[in-house]
Design a protein around this ligand. Structure first.
Ligand SMILES: *Cc1c(COP(=O)(O)O)cnc(C)c1O
Length: 455
């Protein structure tokens, strides 16, 4: 048994190593041929057993080529990040541990590491000491979790217990969002019974920033959702001004900072999140800019009691714990130990390494913008962070260039429409991207754009 397990783990380590090495040579997108070969996995449920090694060998042979090389250094399509070496390795070890992170009794190590990682995160993101932290799957669930706490708190102040009595007959909650709120925030609002149509929408400026002077007058139970880091432009809502106005009206301010919150980790970008600590809750991703494996997101709530009250769970068979009980902060009971990778990423980077990761990727974005602009193409956004929007001319030309870049395989970028203008979107968020990767990708973009514009 133990020999078999050992050999298997050694073999999978070798396979994973070869895979990551192969990303230097192969195209970023999966080839049509690799995708077609996935049909070989599409068989009826096998009647007979197979050896673990045979299973892994098949998965590697058919599966590895059909991946998108997001673990590599030249995927700029979405803000996805890669996996830092320490984070990936910690993920493997934690996989071997097979811990249920929901209870400190089922995983003392995970419960303790959650506490340590929480403290580090609060520190490096500039959030108030004592903020409650929930380790969830991504920013979608982090928004959901934080907004559940918000819903609890604003209704409690209005004398209503939403967990017991639901929303039927409850005092209405005013929900305010910016016109550029992320679509997943709308889904969180729907799931919480707050609706995504009945919201008040605040107009935004040319960068997608909520216009603080256009905020409606705030009265009664109100949740205001601001954004730190627009998926297209990377722009930040004026959080400080928003918090000042919102708190005069006793509103709850939630910040969706799926990737933008990490601007707080570097002195050179910290001004972008000025006043962030004045909000009441925050959501971010760890699987984006912190570069840990999927799936990993974080909800932060200034008053940990609001989070716990919104998610309380009690049963005779579940131990009452005087210490922080992990499942009292998340929608799930059983879950994997996501904090292990977050801890490993922060431990391996340190404060300076994290600042450098954020700073470096922003610098790469600025280099893309400059290189494209120098060649005569229009940059549609102020490149304040890691996001670049470039137009290659007419919408059809831009689409042809994007298709050309995706087929070429040197790097990968996708399309977007920004305030009516078709653009290619470049997001730089992987620890693995080097200056050489940026130059190589930029050269490919310019070569393809040059070819397509004269067609
Ligand atoms: C990516 C993103 C989300 C959703 O995050 P997931 O990790 O995909 O659930 C929400 N808001 C913003 C601003 C994002 O960039």
């Amino acid at each position: 048994m133990s020999d078999l397990m050992n050999n298997l783990l050694v073999s999978v380590a070798r396979r994973a190593g070869s895979y990551l090495e192969s990303l230097e040579q192969r195209g970023v997108a999966a080839t049509d041929k690799a995708i077609a070969r996935l049909a070989l996995l599409d068989e009826p449920l096998p009647e007979e057993s197979a050896t673990p090694e045979a299973v892994l060998s098949l998965l590697d042979e058919i599966g590895s080529p059909a991946t998108v090389a997001t673990a590599g250094p030249r995927f700029f399509g979405f803000v996805v990040g890669g996996s830092l070496p320490a984070a990936l390795a910690a993920n493997w070890l934690a996989g071997a541990w097979d811990q249920n992170a929901g209870l400190s009794g089922t995983s003392p190590v995970s419960a303790r590491i959650e506490e340590v990682a929480s403290r580090w995160l609060i520190d490096v993101l500039g959030l108030p000491t004592g903020t409650g932290v929930a380790f969830v799957t991504g920013a979608t669930m982090a928004n959901f979790t934080a907004l559940a706490a918000a819903r609890h708190a604003v209704l409690r102040r209005a004398g209503w217990d939403v967990e017991s009595d639901g929303l039927f007959g409850a005092p209405p909650i005013t929900v305010i969002i910016g016109a550029e709120a992320h679509p997943t925030l709308l889904r969180s609002l729907s799931l919480l019974g707050l609706g995504h149509q009945r919201v008040k929408i605040v107009p935004v400026d040319g960068q997608g920033r909520m216009r603080a002077e256009a905020l409606p007058k705030l009265t009664g139970p109100t949740i205001l959702c601001a954004q730190a880091g627009n998926v297209n432009t990377g722009a930040f809502d004026p959080i400080q001004a928003i918090c000042e106005q919102a708190h005069e009206g006793h509103a709850w301010v939630h910040v969706d900072g799926a990737f933008g919150l990490w601007a707080a980790a570097t002195p050179t970008r910290r001004h972008l999140v000025q006043g962030i600590g004045d909000a009441d809750s925050w959501a971010t991703d760890a699987h984006k800019w912190l570069n840990v494996p999927y799936d990993s997101g974080l909800a932060f709530v200034r008053e940990p009691e609001a989070l716990q009250d919104a998610l309380r769970l009690a049963a005779a068979y579940l131990p009452h714990d005087e210490r922080r009980s992990p499942s009292q902060y998340t929608p799930e009971l059983s879950r994997r130990a996501r904090s292990i990778e977050i801890w490993a990423a922060l431990k391996s980077l340190g404060r300076s390494g994290l600042a450098d990761l954020v700073e470096r990727t922003c610098r790469h974005a600025a280099r893309f913008a400059k290189g494209l602009q120098d060649a005569g193409y229009s940059i549609l956004n102020e490149v304040v962070l890691n996001q670049v929007l470039v137009s290659f001319g007419e919408p059809e030309t831009t689409h042809r260039v994007i298709a050309g870049i995706q087929n070429d395989g040197t790097c990968w970028c996708g399309p977007t429409v920004w305030q009516g203008q078709t653009a290619m979107r470049i997001s730089v968020s992987s620890w693995a991207t080097t200056e050489a990767d940026v130059e190589r990708s930029l050269a490919a973009m310019l070569r393809i754009a040059d070819r397509e514009k004269t067609r």
